[in-house]
Design a protein around this ligand. Structure first.
Ligand code: AMP
Length: 210
């Protein structure tokens, strides 16, 4: 099964992607994680992507389309995958169609902008393993230290309040039109993001199984 998770940055796509991937035993592919890893390692891809990412802009379509194409050609994608953070523009969705990728369902997680602001500005991530925390809703046991691996937890550069606003604008302008794109194909399912993540997860799994 090939699934797409749509939604604003901070809507919880990553968390839901993990749940789906555990349930269906298919990989979750996050273009954001692939790009962050490339930036951390200083690869050619990372050098191309860094500035766009830190300023809250989208990395150019041809760059992300190329990396996604390579990723889904890998062996572990044979039985399907969950795309988290791709496509983010109409040309990216069109590129999937051109590649012949058949999408079974597009799950759009809806969260209001004000809630997104709160979630992202309080988010902290582990520098080493990427585990995600929140200063109010999901603090690590020891402040600044990852519960899972003991790494340092930090605020992502693009989670600073001004950049969050830019990312939300980019989302509304460039990514939200994808709802229309996929609603025309009859594949779009809307999940209202809930305050308690467990409740959102229950709705997501219901949407996957429907
Ligand atoms: P994310 O972790 O999904 O919020 O992605 C972090 C950043 O990576 C985004 O703000 C973009 O700069 C970049 N990025 C991730 N996925 C894409 C994509 N599909 N198209 C363009 N840029 C992307």
């Amino acid at each position: 099964m090939n699934l797409i998770l749509l939604g604003a940055p901070g809507a919880g796509k990553g968390t839901q992607a993990e749940v789906i991937c555990d349930t269906l035993k298919i990989p979750a592919i996050s273009t954001g994680n692939i790009l962050r890893e490339a930036v951390k390692n200083g690869t050619e891809l990372g050098l191309k992507a860094k500035e766009y990412m830190e300023s809250g802009n989208l990395v150019p379509d041809e760059v992300v389309i190329g990396l996604l194409k390579e990723r889904i050609a890998q062996d572990d994608c044979k039985n399907g995958y969950v795309l988290d953070g791709f496509p983010r523009t109409v040309p990216q969705a069109e590129a999937l169609d051109v590649m012949g990728v058949v999408i079974d369902k597009v799950i759009d997680i809806e969260v209001a902008d004000e809630a997104i602001q709160k979630r992202l500005s309080g988010r902290r991530v582990c520098e080493d393993c990427g585990a995600s925390y929140h200063v109010d809703y999901k603090p690590s046991a020891v402040e600044g230290k990852c519960d899972k691996c003991g790494g340092k937890t930090v605020q992502r550069k693009d989670d600073h309040p001004d950049t969050i606003k830019d990312r939300l604008n980019v989302y509304h302008e460039q990514t939200e039109p994808l709802k229309d794109y996929y609603s025309k194909t009859g594949k779009l399912v809307i999940v209202e993001g809930q305050e308690d993540v467990k409740d959102t997860t229950a709705l997501t799994l219901k949407a996957v199984e429907a």
